[in-house]
Design a protein around this ligand. Structure first.
Ligand SMILES: [Zn+2]
Length: 194
């Protein structure tokens, strides 16, 4: 995996540098949005980082089944004020891909929770992995990070990989009738701080 290109991206949450990481000829690269990172590194400050796994339904279509889109936009709102880095990993649906994620939605509508639905299709509860995120942090020389997450497993995974998470910053999630069961499963089964 290597840096393929960097460009400029003006957005409602400020102007970012946008970079793509992958193999040569990559069609689905990991995407990194960053602003103010060089300055933070120069003054030895920890960098605020969000490691976000792709959720097309939530991120693009504002699905109410999950809190992904809200977390993504809250993170960008945070970076607008404080600077930081979004690492957008292409592992849709906790790593099971969009098609099985949509199949899992049908199982959830029949009464399973989000983890049971994935297991019923032969997947692990959570198939995400963060090796590429570590590679991206290494690329930019980020050692000390403030991690924007509600997910204890993600914090542990990054710590085990040698990232110095000096602080965890929570992301607000708004509970609705459509996502209440999903948020409850995240809280009760995988211990999310919600
Ligand atoms: Zn989602």
């Amino acid at each position: 995996m290597k840096l393929l290109v960097t460009s400029r991206l003006p957005s409602p949450w400020g102007t970012y540098s946008i970079s793509a990481f992958g193999q040569e000829g990559e069609r689905f690269p990991h995407v990194v949005l960053h602003r103010g990172v060089k300055e933070a590194l120069a003054s030895n400050d920890p960098v605020d980082v969000r490691v976000h796994s792709e959720c097309m339904t939530g991120d693009v279509f504002a699905s109410q089944r999950c809190d992904c889109g809200e977390q993504l936009h809250n993170a960008l709102g945070h970076f607008k004020q404080h600077g930081g880095m979004l690492i957008y990993l292409r592992q849709e649906g906790r790593g099971i891909g969009l098609v099985d994620k949509l199949r899992a939605y049908n199982l959830q509508d029949e009464g399973m929770n989000t983890y049971e639905a994935n297991s019923a299709m032969g997947h692990g509860e959570d198939e995400r992995e963060y090796t590429d995120a570590i590679g991206i942090l290494d690329h930019y020389g980020l050692q000390d990070v403030r991690l924007l997450t509600n997910n204890p497993l993600k914090e542990q995974a990054l710590k085990h990989a040698g990232v110095n998470v000096v602080e965890r910053l929570p992301l607000r999630a708004t509970e609705t009738s459509d996502n209440a069961g999903y948020l409850r499963a995240k809280r009760e089964i995988t211990g999310h701080w919600l």
